[in-house]
Design a protein around this ligand. Structure first.
Ligand SMILES: NC(=O)c1ccc[n+]([C@@H]2O[C@H](COP(=O)([O-])OP(=O)(O)OC[C@H]3O[C@@H](n4cnc5c(N)ncnc54)[C@H](OP(=O)(O)O)[C@@H]3O)[C@@H](O)[C@H]2O)c1
Length: 250
């Protein structure tokens, strides 16, 4: 057996004091991820569009003793993303971790799907990852280290009916993740795609036909996975991780 005292043991990264920018942090997986980072001692920068909910999440974390900063941001908007990173640097002078989690689900068969809805789904789930990575990378490169976690979906790999825009966005985001990983691996920046199955979050509000909520993952399961990946020892990278409810795709 290898124990922590063994010469073969590897040391996990200490997340204490690390600055983590988390998009979509006002609800669901992003909110749970912010909590999990804060519990690990991280300084969390929270981004989402709705100021009131975002500020409430930050206030709750601050009340529990964490360092949390709410920066209302539409991650599809280039100027807003630039401001998010600039403000983070003003306050914390670094960006250690970027969790690209913001996303929306909007569903319907191709023949009925409106072009504006297509753009909205692609912009939120795909373009936003490019924008946030583009502006978070310069400080990471200057620091000589960083981690980018892209929360995608099993829909990146599986064709779900009435989900063409969502599946296309997530599959595109998986391709983007792989290209990004190969572009920055020499600079000590680790990039990971997390592909969850169904998670019980507000994502499903307004989706009339949904899997059984009781059988879904909890947002905390995905959050725990993300924080665990960020704490992995240097000298390794988890490039892709699929997180499923025990009963599989529901
Ligand atoms: N729930 C699932 O079953 C499931 C499964 C696999 C993958 N995922 C993926 O996991 C991620 C998080 O999903 P979730 O289930 O936690 O969803 P959620 O509960 O609906 O939360 C989505 C978050 O993203 C934010 N957001 C949406 N559009 C945004 C924009 N343009 N700019 C900034 N923030 C934006 C929302 O806040 P505002 O509306 O205030 O901006 C909210 O904080 C998404 O990428 C989703 O595709 C979810």
């Amino acid at each position: 057996m290898v124990t922590s005292n063994s010469p073969n043991a590897v040391e996990r990264e200490n997340l204490d004091g690390k600055v983590a920018v988390i998009t979509g942090a006002s609800k669901g997986i992003g909110k749970a991820t912010a909590s999990a980072f804060a519990a690990a001692g991280g300084k969390v920068v929270l981004a989402a569009r709705t100021r009131e909910t975002l500020e409430q999440v930050a206030a709750d974390l601050q009340e529990s003793g964490a360092e949390a900063l709410a920066i209302p941001t539409d991650v599809t908007d280039v100027d807003a993303v630039q401001r998010l990173i600039e403000r983070t640097l003003d306050v914390y002078q670094r960006v250690d971790i970027l969790v690209n989690n913001a996303g929306v689900g909007y569903f319907g068969p191709v023949s009925d799907f409106e072009p504006d809805d297509w753009d909205m789904v692609l912009n939120s789930n795909l373009k936003a990852i490019y924008l946030c990575a583009k502006y978070a990378l310069p400080p990471m490169l200057a620091q000589g280290s960083g981690q980018i976690i892209n929360v995608l979906s099993i829909a990146a790999k599986v064709a779900f009916e009435a989900s063409a825009a969502y599946c296309a966005a997530k599959a595109g985001a998986l391709a983007l993740t792989k290209v990004l990983a190969s572009e920055v691996r020499q600079q000590n920046i680790r990039v990971t795609a997390v592909l969850p199955g169904s998670v019980h979050t507000p994502f499903w509000d307004g989706v009339p036909e949904h899997p059984d909520f009781e059988q879904m993952l909890k947002p905390e399961h995905v959050a725990d996975t993300i924080v665990s990946v960020c704490g992995q020892p240097s000298g390794m990278v988890t490039e892709e991780i699929v997180v499923m409810p025990p009963l599989g795709i529901l």
